[in-house]
Design a protein around this ligand. Structure first.
Ligand code: RIB
Ligand code: NA
Length: 309
């Protein structure tokens, strides 16, 4: 069976508290709402791609527990292929404690659990799907070695690769750049990876150039309400792709919505310029920030304007 988009990555149960502001160290504050949702960067990206209408498969590991069982059902409900979703009794399903403030900003602690047990064995089992994928997507909520190996497997088989170095680590293996057709991160990840501040467009362009030099095909830095900057190795230009202004309710997982949408466009519209894909993916992600939660806020193709397709 061939898939358009294969994601090798994480699943987390999101435990979300909405509060007026983020608590300081040692402080207890009252929040006004609590809910549990399906999250994890890998799964979020896969679900967004699936909702836009491509054939997707997820390669991941959850615990043999209530959260893991529920997560597998969630994939099925969203039409994601689950033959490569493993369950282990050696660790619990990943969990993310998320606090969202009234400005829609968040602070997150993840306990990756079962995600860290995804390894070579599972990749070998998924090789037929990875090797025939149009696009493979990886992040950093599983073991970095597993991500790197998945990207290499995809590359060896001419699948296009998107790498999202999130959450960012300072000592990222330089090979990640070489195996990424599109290296896509947000401003804080770009700061951590380049060691320079990324607080405005000018700095984003410069950080993009620095990341591009490390060997990836293209770089996209997402900038929240400012849209994104797109750089390609074959061109010396760095393009700013703005996004229409919206009122953010909850920005959690907006970056994942963007990447899931980008994977959809790369799989389905292979000749579309990358900056046009980024422009459309920005619009999909802008829908997601206007509703609470991560996956709960991700739009389906039927809810989006026809001009995006
Ligand atoms: O990118 C958002 C995601 O990060 C959340 O769903 C949470 O699970 C964390 O992994
Ligand atoms: Na949202």
């Amino acid at each position: 069976e061939a898939f358009d988009v294969v994601v090798v990555g994480s699943c987390m149960t999101d435990l979300v508290s909405q509060a007026p502001r983020l608590p300081k160290a040692g402080e207890t504050i009252h929040g006004h709402k609590f809910f549990i949702g399906f999250g994890g960067k890998g799964a979020n990206q896969c679900i967004q791609a699936a909702r836009l209408g491509v054939k997707t498969a997820m390669v991941c590991k959850v615990g043999k527990d209530f959260f893991g069982d529920n997560y597998i059902q969630n994939f099925k409900d969203n039409g994601v292929h689950t033959d490569f979703v493993g369950q282990t009794s050696d660790a619990a399903t990943g969990a993310a404690s998320i606090t969202v403030n009234d400005a829609g900003e968040n602070a997150i602690v993840i306990v990756a659990g079962a995600n860290m047990l995804l390894g070579r064995e599972e990749l070998q089992k998924a090789l037929p799907a990875i090797s025939r994928a149009k696009v493979l997507v990886c992040q950093l909520e599983i073991s970095p070695q597993t991500s790197l190996e998945a990207l290499r497997m995809a590359r060896d088989n001419k699948a296009k690769t998107i790498f999202n170095p999130a959450p960012a680590i300072p000592d990222l293996d330089p090979d990640f750049y070489k195996v990424s057709d599109v290296f896509c991160c947000n401003e804080s990840e770009a700061e951590l990876l380049t060691g320079s501040s990324v607080t405005n467009l000018e700095e984003a362009h410069r950080a993009g150039q620095e990341l591009l030099k490390r060997g990836c095909g293209s770089v996209i830095i997402t900038l929240g309400p400012q849209g994104s900057v797109v750089l390609k190795a074959q061109e010396s230009t760095s393009k700013h792709v703005p996004v229409p202004a919206v009122t953010a309710v909850d920005t959690t997982g907006a970056g994942d919505s963007f990447i899931g949408a980008l994977a959809f466009y790369m799989a389905n519209y292979s000749t579309m310029p990358l900056e046009e894909m980024a422009r459309r993916a920005n619009q999909v992600a802008a829908v997601s920030v206007q509703a609470v939660g991560t996956q709960t806020s991700y739009p389906f193709r039927r809810n989006l304007p026809a001009e995006l397709f």
